[in-house]
Write a protein that binds this ligand. Structure first.
Ligand SMILES: Cc1ncc(COP(=O)(O)O)c(C=O)c1O
Length: 375
């Protein structure tokens, strides 16, 4: 049987990984500044993470959500203390799209409205409502397109109000700092204005922290820089450091009832153990502080690169914008210098999404290679 051919692949076969390095089948070592698309938070194969998952699978890997699972409560407590998002309720699922899907569904249940407001260049996933809120017509199938979404420019409060006034919008979904779209972020005044408009028009504000959350920007969640209180926060990627886990934090004003949401695999014992280990390592190794410090170092170095048009992003969610498409440069970095980086919807943007354990020495290694690749 052949594989359904939807991914253009690099000719590299990783067989092992440790911290910020990935080793291929020829035992070649690659510096991972991509983190498998912002997934690796505490570093590949972190010993505490490996131990937590291994010990758990020896005891109990899975049982359904119809029994008591104290690991879910432990996870909720640890998440509250590290994120400082007090009073929220936790619902666990398996991916970013599923987190957003549940968030949007919950907003519709809560407000009894049907439409979504999303932003141009957004990416929220590939499932039903998540994909229709994604600004990419190529990945929206006719079955998805039945759902109603308005796209407005990031930063345009007037356009937001024009839509919300119609009283049809159940949720505004936003990546405070856009990932796939190319690392754009608006002002604190915009995010605060958006929160006010959502309250005024009885629309829920969903912060999509699937990519930016779990410490990647130096804050636990990227919206925290703007001092807003979203109604729902969606999470995935860095949450499991590679173990498939997602979730939403739900404001206490939204009430649960039996059967409102559900999942077979979400919140299973292994997923909880993986996420608990991630949170413990994030805290013990002060990885959010590291993200901020290494980011400053990166930005200072980036500003000395002559062919660069712009540096975007914050924390370890960064982008280097050139005035030419970066596809060839990215290939050169991989095949000649053995460094993984990411691309974006903007073809001129090279994305840097390393494990949060990255050090200044690794950044030096990258810039040395970049200079040679650009020469
Ligand atoms: C901001 C954002 N939301 C949602 C998703 C979808 O997550 P998943 O691929 O886990 O479904 C992504 C994935 O890249 C993302 O970057």
């Amino acid at each position: 049987m052949s594989l359904f051919n939807v991914y253009p692949l690099f000719d590299i076969t990783p067989i092992a990984a440790k911290d910020v390095y990935v080793y291929d089948k020829n035992n070649k070592k690659h510096l991972d500044l991509y983190g498998g698309h912002a997934v690796i938070s505490i570093g590949h194969s972190h010993p505490k993470y490996v131990a937590a998952i291994s010990n758990q699978v020896k005891k109990l890997g899975f049982y359904s959500n119809s029994i008591q699972n104290p690991l879910q409560n432990q996870l909720a407590d640890k998440l509250t203390s590290l994120s400082r998002c007090k009073g929220y309720q936790l619902f666990l699922c398996n991916s970013g799209a599923e987190a957003n899907e549940n968030a949007l569904k919950l907003a519709s249940f809560h407000t009894h409205k049907t439409n979504i407001l999303a932003f141009k260049n957004s990416f929220h996933g590939r499932t039903s409502a998540a994909v229709v809120a994604t600004d990419n017509a190529r990945i929206v199938a006719p079955i998805n397109a039945q759902q109603k979404v308005d796209f407005v420019d990031l930063g345009d409060l007037e356009a937001v109000e024009t839509v919300l006034k119609k009283d049809k919008t159940c949720a505004v979904i936003i990546e405070c700092i856009q990932g796939v779209g190319g690392l754009d972020e608006s002002t604190t005044a915009f995010y605060q204005g958006l929160a006010v408009l959502c309250k005024t028009y009885n629309t829920l504000l969903i912060a999509d922290e699937v990519q930016a959350g779990f410490g990647r920007t130096g804050d636990f969640f990227s919206f925290q820089k703007h001092h807003i209180t979203p109604d729902i926060i969606s999470m995935a990627k860095g949450m499991g450091n590679g173990f498939p886990v997602g979730g939403i934090l739900i404001h206490p004003k939204i009430k649960a009832s039996f059967g409102l949401l559900g999942t077979t695999f979400g919140g299973n014992h292994l997923a909880c153990s993986a996420t608990l280990a991630v949170l413990e390592v994030l805290e013990a190794e002060q990885l959010m502080q590291n993200a901020t410090e290494v980011s400053e170092y990166f930005l200072a170095k980036a500003n000395k690169i002559p062919k660069l048009k712009n540096v975007k992003g914050r924390g370890l969610m960064l982008g280097l914008e050139f005035d030419f498409p970066i596809a060839k440069l990215r290939k050169k970095l991989i095949h000649t210098h053995h460094i993984f980086t990411g691309s974006a919807k903007n073809p001129n943007l090279l994305r840097i999404l390393p494990p949060l354990t990255i050090t200044k020495q690794h950044i030096d290694q990258f810039f040395k290679a970049l200079k040679q690749a650009l020469a």
